[in-house]
Design a protein around this ligand. Sequence first.
Ligand code: GLN
Length: 450
Amino acid sequence: SYYLQQIEAQKHLNAFLEVFTEDALAQAARLDALQLSGKPLGKLHGVVVSIKDVICYKGHTVSAGSKILEGFTSVYNATAVEKLLAAGAIIIGRNNCDEFAMGSSNENSAFGPVLNALDNERVPGGSSGGSAVAVQAGLCMISLGSDTGGSVRQPADFCGIIGLKPGYGRISRYGLIAYASSFDQIGIFGTQVSDVALALEVIAGADDFDSTVSHQPIPAFSESLQNTSPKKYRIAYFKEALEHPSLDTEIANAIKTLITQLQSEGHTVEPVAFDLLDYIVPAYYILTTAEASSNLSRFDGIKYGYAAKDDFANLTDFYKKSRSAGFGKEVKRRIMLGTFVLSAGYYDAYFTKAQQVRRMLQETTKQVFGNYDVIIAPTVPSPAFKFGEKSNDPIEMFLADIYTVFANLVGIPGISIPLFKHSSGVPFGLQVMAAQDNEVTLLQLSDSLL
Ligand code: GLN
C-alpha cells in the first residue's frame, strides 16, 4: 500500500494509465499467506512491478497507448507476466507509453505525455517513458518496458536509472503487442543492477508460444554478480560514434574521460572503425515501419477495440474510418512509410537495401566480439530535452536514435547505466553492449562501474 500511496501522490507525472489496486492487494494477501505457511517463496516475493501498456495481463485492459484498442481486455497473460506472478511479484499497474511503442519522448501517447520526475518541463524519453518514470519516482521497484530501437535504454538515460534490453530471443514476446517483431524485446528498468539481473533470470527462457526465444540455458544472472573478482575487460568503442556531429560535447567528453580512466585501471579500451553509422537509422526506420505496417493491419475496427459507428458506406469505408479515428499521427506516419517501402516499385530500392545494411552490421558485430567483450557508446546524443522541442520534426527525433537502434538491428543485448550528470541539470547514461547471449558480462561490467 506504500506504493499505491506514492502513485496517487505523483499522479501528475501521468506514468500510470491504470492502477490494479484490487489485484495487487489480493496478490499481497496470497503472498502473506504463503509466507505464513512456511512454504518456499518465489525469487521475486513481494517485489512491486509495473508493466508497460503493451504487455498483456489477463483480465486487464491493455491499450498500447492508443485509442484504437478502446475497451479491449487481455484474454491471456504474457509469458513475462505469468513468470513474474509465479515468482511472487505484485503487478501494481500499467504504464503510459508512446502509441504502439513508437516514439522517443512519450509525446505520442493517446493519453497525454509522461513528465520526467526530475524536471517536469522535460520529456522522460520514450517509448517506455511511463515505466521509466515509475521507477525513477519510486512508484514501484522495477518495471517492464519494451525496446524495439531504444525504448528502454533511452528513457533510462533520460531518467537517471538502469534500463536493460536483453538480446533478441532472451525473453518471450508472447503477449507483447507487436511493433516490429524482429526487433522487439521486453526490457527491464531498475535502480540496482542486481534487481535487474534477478528479474531477467525470472522472466527469461524458452517458451512454446514464441519460437524465436533462445534455447540456451539461462545463466544465474543474479548470482553472477556476487563475489566476482575484479576483471580486466576488453572494451571497444566506435570512433565515429564519439565524433558524430549530433553528439553533445559534454556527453562526448564524459565518455572520453571514462575511457582514459578505464585504461588506467588496466582494461583494454580501443577504438574500432565503423563506417556504417549513418546508415543505421535509415535502415532501422525502413525495416521497422515495414514490419509495423503489417503487424498493425490487424487493427481493423472489427477484431479489437474501437470501431467507427454509423456513417460508413461499405466495409472499406468502415476500415478507413475506424483506423483514421483510432490511430494517432505518428502511427499513421509509420504505417504509410512501411507500406511505401514494401510496395512493388520501391521494395528493392528501400527494403532490400535496408536488409543488406542489417546483414553487414551483423557481420561487423561478429568481428568486433571476436576481439572484445563489450562495446561502449553514448545511449543518446543529447540529454532529456524539453516538451515540444523535437515533436515538430520527426526526422530529428528519428536521428536521435542513432546509438540505440544498432543493438536491435543485430539482436545483441544493451544496457544504459546512469553514470553522468549534464550541466543542464539532468542525468545521462553510458550504453554497454555485449555479444548475443552474453548478458552476464554486460551486467557484471555495469555493476563494477556503478
Ligand atoms: N524511438 C524508436 C522508435 O520510435 C524506438 C521505439 C522503441 O524502441 N519501441 O521506433
